[in-house]
Design a binder for this molecule. Structure first.
Ligand SMILES: *Cc1c(COP(=O)(O)O)cnc(C)c1O
Length: 438
């Protein structure tokens, strides 16, 4: 049997870690992100049989390639079934253009996949230890709810959600501020980038870490990234036999989703090209053009879960491609969408195809369409990742399509809850003081 997988830091100044260390630490001690020391290949037989397999079977095969030896396979199987207990349909919009709908989980955004898997994996490890684990998570909207709901009432784990005051939608906020129990919401007087920087500081703070067992649930945690590879294979499987190569458009903020797609490609999934679709926070599309990665403060858009000025998973992407701009831009193409383009995509797709996009999906849809128009010689199947249910952004969508949309029961159940938060200034000292006293 092959030895278990080890994980190294993208900064290369920390010792290699076991799975348990990598996922309970979240971020490596040198500030880098953990990467598996090898990307396993899937054989042609598996790839050929994809259309005959279900979501759980496919996920199990991929997960085992990374986790076998660390997690007993029967445990892994239940983790996967409990994580993906909702459908992930590939919907035809027109021609060879599809939406892979990842928003049918409990908080109706794709982050349910990563957060639920991570909660179960960490739950497996905390069950075997005595110490309480504190999860810190910065959110621009959807991560907080997915993580809070994924970890809700998991024994031995306390979750602290940091979010920018006034910059998330009402329903997003309700999803992580009304739960209580082991979920604490911190309303930060700043931006998402401030929240993310505060969380990063906490992980670098030895004094705090000596007092408290802390971990991160942001997409820097490998436990969130791994399960995101599953659905690329599942999306492809749903295209049926003889699908050929694929173009995938991914609405991106911190680039965890896109990074998982690149790993799926490296494992053998025939992705011809992957499109990094962003809103005006176009750090990566700019990098693809210029070769210079230049983070800058994020600006607010109607696709708020993608308002990220320093995409943390870029470090993993660079690592996958030996830091080569040439190699990266060979596989990834950039696309930037303005607020107006988001609105007109939502409107036109609703009119022409009776399909309702959310602002994030609308960006990826536009990217996919534009790539097809600009490359008429490349005839591939195309799907984009539909990351959130349109009802999560009800006010925005209704103003665009001039029609009311129904709130699905998964969201309606949060609407009546009472918000409980603590407001803190956007400084690390404020966070540290709060954590030290709780
Ligand atoms: C988080 C999020 C994104 C961005 O995903 P990343 O993995 O951070 O790039 C896109 N759409 C929605 C709805 C999200 O919640």
């Amino acid at each position: 049997m092959m030895s278990t997988m080890l994980y190294y830091s993208t900064n290369k100044k920390a010792p290699v870690a076991t799975l348990r260390e990598a996922v309970t630490k979240g971020l490596a001690p040198d500030g880098g992100l953990y990467m598996p020391e090898r990307i396993p290949m899937l054989d042609d037989d598996f790839l050929g049989r994809l259309p005959d397999m279900g979501l759980h079977e496919i996920s199990m095969k991929i997960a085992a390639k990374f986790l076998e030896g660390d997690i007993p396979l029967d445990e892994l199987h239940s983790m996967i079934c409990e994580t993906l207990n909702f459908p992930v349909p590939l919907k035809l919009i027109d021609n060879s253009f599809y939406a892979l709908e990842l928003f049918h989980g409990p908080t109706m955004a794709f982050k349910d996949v990563g957060a639920r898997f991570m909660a179960r994996l960490l739950g497996y490890y905390t069950n075997r230890s005595q110490q309480e684990l504190n999860i810190l998570v910065a959110t621009s909207g959807d991560t907080g709810s997915a993580v809070a709901n994924g970890f809700y009432k998991v024994p031995g784990i306390h979750v602290f959600v940091l979010y920018p005051k006034g910059l998330v939608s009402t329903i997003q906020e309700k999803q992580f501020t009304t739960l209580g129990e082991n979920i604490t919401a911190l309303e930060v007087e700043g931006t998402f980038d401030d929240c993310q920087a505060m969380v990063k500081r906490a992980f670098a703070d030895e004094e705090l870490k000596n007092k408290k067992n802390i971990s991160s649930a942001n997409s820097i945690n490998w436990a969130r990234l791994l399960p995101q590879t599953f659905y690329y294979f599942w999306g492809y499987a749903q295209l049926g036999k003889g699908a050929g190569e694929l173009v995938c458009a991914v609405p991106s903020g911190n680039f965890g989703n896109l990074c998982a797609g690149l790993i799926a490609k490296r494992m053998g999934l025939p992705i011809y090209r992957i499109i990094a679709a962003t809103n005006r926070n176009d750090i990566v599309p700019q990098y693809l053009k210029s070769g210079v990665f230049n983070p800058r403060p994020s600006v607010a858009t109607i696709a708020n879960a993608m308002d990220v000025g320093n995409p943390s998973n870029f470090a993993r992407i660079a690592e996958l491609y030996d830091n080569s701009h040439v190699k990266i831009s060979n596989d990834i193409e950039g696309f930037v969408c303005s607020e107006n383009d988001i609105r007109s995509a939502i409107k036109s797709v609703h009119l022409a195809h009776d399909y309702l996009l959310d602002p994030h999906g609308a960006i990826a849809y536009s990217a996919m369409k534009s790539h097809a128009i600009e490359n008429p010689d490349i005839c591939k199947k195309n799907f984009f990742i539909a990351t959130a249910h349109p009802a999560k952004f009800g006010e925005t969508i209704e103003s665009i399509i001039q029609r009311q949309i129904e709130l699905p029961s998964n969201l309606a159940r949060f609407a009546t809850g009472i918000k409980q938060t603590t407001e803190i200034p956007a400084t690390y000292e404020a966070l540290k003081e709060f954590l030290s006293n709780s």
